[in-house]
Design a protein around this ligand. Structure first.
Ligand SMILES: [Zn+2]
Length: 424
């Protein structure tokens, strides 16, 4: 990330400056760093007019001006971000008795100076220069919180939320059963947005929270399959196989690969692909490249794979990166998310209606025949231990120490980008 200024007023000499800035990249940090570096170049008692297109920066500047550029520690820690640099700015203004005014200009207008500084920043991006704002001897703050030796230049509560979200994600990412997703490419951002229903806003009622709980079970492969039941009630289900084909163990993947379900699952797949293409077309009439969607390698295959994404992963709710990108080529981000959200929902509804719910009522009947009641289950809970040989164990590419978070602090961008592709 770069930051820079030029001095063009006739009352002073022409000067220019541009540099890279470190950590917590954001457009407001770029603006603010440029302002501070400009103020460092002017003699004491000067009057300065700074033109910027950042309204946020101007608003925050005006707030600080009201405190006569002396923030209390409490005020300091309430700032959303860049507290250290705002502090340094205040100190320069006070010590050098500067009279500073910020003026709003339109972003990216055809202003020659605007283009000039843009080019200067582009050149700077390629060189190694960097400016560091030190936090020793701040006028109002003795202690700056740090994480892994990185200064937290952001509101503390916001950072802790971010960190806790990251920890939760990494814990999920590191699960044995997710080993495959550490060697394939998932679009994590949309996967979680869709799961959390951020796109739809009626997500607080009971029905939808039930639905979400069920979707989480799909994602972590915790549907109560017979194999899953064996974990708790082995003495009751020990010799049970899939009750439809009678040939194989009924574990999570088998539900989708069972020969008895192949026909219906194939129908569901054709239906959801058809609807997906229809929706993309509804959002963008120019879209005609259906084959781009149909030919994405392996994701429509109804099979289990150790190292490729298949339709089973889509049933679980994972969004393959190449599916996301293919749609995103034709639709903007929010439309891509909306289309994928409806796609995921449709799969879920169809699977529940045509496969999982009928399967569960059938199993209930059989349990009745065998006299397996709730009470009997409780009595038999964990009488025998079950060694689940169908649970995949894989420790490839585990992420530890929140490297993704550190990456975000240094380079910005989307917090999940780091985990999408595995060549770091
Ligand atoms: Zn079967």
């Amino acid at each position: 990330m770069t930051s820079g200024f030029i001095q063009v007023a006739e009352t002073a000499e022409f000067s220019q400056f541009a540099t890279n800035i470190e950590q917590w990249p954001s457009s407001s940090r770029g603006e603010l760093s440029a302002i501070v570096s400009a103020l460092l170049t002017v003699p004491p008692n000067s009057e300065i007019i700074i033109q910027t297109d950042s309204k946020n920066t101007i608003d925050h500047f005006n707030k600080i001006e009201k405190t006569n550029f002396s923030l209390t520690p409490r005020q300091y820690f309430r700032q959303e971000r860049n507290g250290i640099i705002w502090n340094i700015l205040s100190e320069i203004i006070i010590k050098n008795k500067l009279n500073v005014e910020l003026k709003k200009v339109k972003a990216h207008s055809d202003n020659v100076y605007n283009n000039y500084i843009d080019n200067l920043c582009k050149e700077t991006h390629r060189n190694e220069s960097i400016i560091t704002f030190k936090n020793t001897d701040l006028y109002n703050i003795d202690i700056i919180p740090k994480w892994k030796n990185i200064r937290i230049d952001q509101k503390l509560r916001r950072f802790l939320t971010l960190k806790s979200n990251f920890s939760g994600f990494e814990e999920f990412y590191n699960l044995n059963r997710n080993g495959k997703y550490r060697i394939t490419e998932i679009h994590w951002e949309s996967t979680f947005k869709i799961l959390n229903g951020d796109i739809e806003n009626n997500s607080t009622n009971f029905e939808s929270s039930n639905k979400k709980a069920m979707k989480v079970k799909f994602l972590i492969e915790e549907l109560s399959t017979i194999n899953q039941m064996k974990k708790s009630f082995l003495s009751l289900y020990e010799n049970w196989l899939c009750q439809f084909c009678g040939k194989e163990e009924e574990h999570f993947d088998h539900i989708w690969t069972c020969q008895e379900n192949l026909e219906i699952l194939t129908q569901i797949r054709e239906h959801v692909i058809f609807k997906l293409i229809e929706e993309i077309h509804k959002e963008n009439e120019l879209f005609t490249e259906e084959n781009d969607i149909l030919h994405i390698s392996s994701i429509w295959n109804i099979e289990y794979s150790n190292d490729r994404l298949t339709f089973i992963d889509i049933i679980k709710g994972l969004i393959p990166l190449n599916l996301y990108r293919t749609i995103n080529k034709h639709l903007n981000k929010s439309k891509t998310e909306k289309v994928l959200y409806n796609f995921r929902n449709l799969i879920y509804d169809e699977i529940m209606k045509n496969i999982w719910r009928p399967r569960c009522s059938y199993i209930k009947e059989i349990e009745k025949e065998y006299g397996i009641t709730k009470k009997k289950k409780l009595d038999h809970k964990n009488q025998k231990n079950y060694d689940n040989i169908f649970r995949k164990v894989d420790d490839k590419n585990r992420e530890e120490n929140l490297e993704g978070l550190r990456n975000y602090i240094y380079f910005g961008g989307n917090i999940f980008d780091y985990y999408n592709v595995h060549v770091h």
